[in-house]
Design a protein around this ligand. Structure first.
Ligand code: ADP
Ligand code: MG
Length: 624
């Protein structure tokens, strides 16, 4: 940030941080449609400032200005074409002015702005609000914005900030201000209707019906509200919940779910938790930041505290109000408080129970939820040990039993398990077709065992991490130690004796050398001649994830795997007979079997060698 003193009145000119300049560019040049949201954004900032000061004043009775009424005043001037909003909130010191209205501090917001600029060039008004760049929306309608402010602890004077939105702003001292902030928006010629009482009154009513402080429009009070979460559920209409969600989440969509509950034990809680309509995290706009506010007896303690709820719950929006919290709880040490941890556990448990109930009530709706927010549930399974089982209950997946596109749950899976099935099986692959064409599921299918299909690369990791559900072990179907019950040989099937099979395995191992970890006869295969399985360590699915993350490392291939051969396969039988009389041909067939197995496991590193060999085999087959 460059600073230069211009004249004797100590008016300093600063340039905006690069991201702000880019953002202003977007705001000014491409966001014509929803420009009325600037009113919502400025009211929401005034509201935040009032919440903050209310809390500070309650905690420290020695602070001056205890009797200044907490309110928002909007003044319109048609002649001057100005829209002015004042609040008696916490105000800003010089330092805060510089930091808050000139730079983007939060990394999440920065990332979002970068992505929005790179991707769309035109983020919707909804997104602008959600990522906390609300103040700058004033430049949609302004050719100049003036901010006069005096911080709660500023004793000497206040400050005046001014900008036309074109890359720089000025700051200077200003005498005679009261605590709080006044923002004067000098309207562009074509935006002069934002100085019209009738027009502005409508917009305030639309956006700000939940602001808990009086909003005075040209001296007249426009709103009266009671905190929605403290009212009885029975008397609240759905529209009120939706409106409230839009207010606190700074959103324009409808919430997917809304949970409103109160409890007396173990803590006195009033909570209102929303699942938004969608998440920008899914669309690649960077990480979502937590969006639940913490209140004590309807006084906001902190807006969006970081560690209030588990991290994977960052997608929910809402309010948690507890009578049991001490009002003077410090924001810094809040997450260390045993009380807050208890609060977090209670809310999380209730919310997970709520989701499980909703899933039972309306499967289709829950499917929509899971498609949008399932990643957070999965993240929770791998990071939050306390809630792992409740989270696992919420998993949904396709399986060998479901129809394509239909989802089922672990509980339903268990209810379908036949006699003799001990474990829960899963396998990953890019599509249903690919999985069903592969060699891994036939053994399970033949025994009537259901297999979970994982299409998302992270799933293998999640199920592996989960390890067990309802006492049942979760096993990847490509593991070597599946311990499946024997299947009777059919009458017309050939089968190598166990000595022959052992002998052939020895021969194959010698032939493949270091390319394979070990070779053994298979108990699982039904029709496929061979399959590559993993022993305890990393599944083939995990190998695939790792090589996808690290482009330089190719999958480890067969070196760490076991090749299982099917003693009942005619081809295996043939190789056994050939190896004595025509070792070279038997070797060629073995090499191809090996590559086929790695290909099915998704860990074949170099397919070119295989193409050469296939030509050789074709020649042989054609008798050339
Ligand atoms: P957000 O409200 O999401 O933080 P904004 O761009 O709306 O983002 O505001 C940026 C910051 O400027 C706020 O976080 C706050 O610190 C400060 N600010 C804006 N308006 C006011 C106000 N009326 N009183 C005090 N501080 C304010
Ligand atoms: Mg804001």
């Amino acid at each position: 940030m460059s600073t230069q003193t211009q004249d004797q009145q100590a008016r300093e000119t600063h340039s905006f941080q690069a991201e702000i300049s880019q953002l202003l560019d977007i705001v000014i040049n491409s966001l014509y449609t929803d420009d009325e949201i600037f009113i919502r954004e400025l009211i929401s900032n005034a509201n935040d400032a009032l919440e903050k000061v209310r809390h500070e004043l309650l905690v420290d009775k020695e602070l001056p200005g205890q009797d200044i009424p907490l309110e928002i005043r909007i003044k319109l001037d048609k002649e001057a074409k100005t829209f002015t909003i004042e609040d008696t909130g916490i105000g800003m010191s010089r330092e805060e002015l510089l930091n808050n209205l000139g730079t983007i501090a939060r990394s999440g917001t920065k990332e979002f702005v970068k992505n929005a600029i790179a991707a769309a060039k035109e983020p919707s008004a909804n997104l602008i609000g959600q990522f906390g760049v609300g103040f700058y929306s004033a430049f949609m309608v302004a050719n100049k914005v003036v901010v006069e402010t005096r911080g709660l602890r500023d004793d000497a004077s206040g400050w005046l900030w001014e900008s036309d939105g074109s890359g720089a702003f000025t700051i200077e001292a200003k005498e005679g201000l009261e605590r709080g902030t006044r923002i004067t928006v000098h309207l562009k010629e074509e935006k002069a209707d934002y100085a019209e009482d009738f027009h502005v009154r409508q917009i305030i009513r639309k956006f700000s019906s939940f602001v808990p402080f009086p909003i005075m429009l040209d001296g007249e009070k426009t709103n009266t509200v009671q905190a929605l979460w403290s009212r009885s559920k029975a008397e609240i209409k759905d529209e009120e919940y939706t409106e409230f969600y839009r207010f606190i989440a700074n959103a324009t969509d409808d919430p997917l779910y809304c949970q409103h509950f109160s409890a007396d034990v173990p803590l006195a809680i009033n909570a209102l938790i929303f699942v938004p309509g969608d998440t920008v995290e899914r669309m690649g706009f960077g990480r979502t930041e937590p969006g639940v506010d913490l209140y004590c007896r309807r006084v906001m303690i902190q807006k969006h505290p970081e560690k209030l709820l588990p991290e994977w719950l960052r997608f929910v929006r809402g309010v948690i109000d507890s009578d049991d919290l001490p009002l003077n709880i410090s924001r810094e040490t809040m997450q260390d408080s045993a009380l807050v941890r208890k609060l977090s556990r209670v809310i999380t448990k209730r919310f997970l129970k709520f989701l499980a109930e909703e899933a039972g009530k309306d499967e289709e709706k829950y499917k929509d939820f899971f498609e949008k927010f399932g990643r957070f549930i999965k993240e929770g399974i791998t990071t939050d040990f306390t809630h792992r089982d409740d989270l696992a209950k919420l998993l949904r997946f396709e399986s060998s039993t479901t129809e394509p596109g239909k989802l089922t749950s672990l509980d339903e899976y268990i209810s379908r398990m036949p006699e003799g099935q001990e474990a829960i099986y899963y396998i990953s692959g890019p599509t249903r077709e690919a999985i069903e064409a592969g060699p891994y599921i036939e053994a399970l299918r033949e025994r009537g065992f259901e297999v979970i299909y994982n299409f998302d690369q992270v799933d293998d990791f999640v199920y592996d991490h989960l390890g067990r559900y309802q006492e049942k072990e979760l096993k990847s179907a490509d593991r070597g130690d599946l311990d499946l019950p024997e299947i009777e040989k059919k009458e017309d099937q050939v089968e190598l004796s166990s000595e022959e099979a052992t002998e052939l395995c020895g021969w194959i191992k010698e032939h493949l050398g270091a390319r394979i970890g070990s070779v053994r006869p298979s108990k699982r295969l039904v029709t496929n001649p061979a399959v590559a399985v993993t022993e305890g360590g990393m599944t083939a699915g995990m190998q695939r994830i790792l090589s996808a993350i690290n482009k330089d490392s190719s999958p480890m291939g067969g070196a760490s795997m076991t090749l299982e051969i099917n003693p009942r396969s005619p081809l295996i039988h043939k190789i056994h007979n050939l190896k004595g009389e025509n070792g070279e041909f038997a070797g060629l067939l073995t090499d191809q079997l090996y590559d086929n197995a790695l290909l099915a496991a998704g860990v074949l590193a170099d397919p070119r060698a295989m193409a050469d060999r296939l030509n050789q085999l074709l020649n042989k087959a054609a008798g050339v």
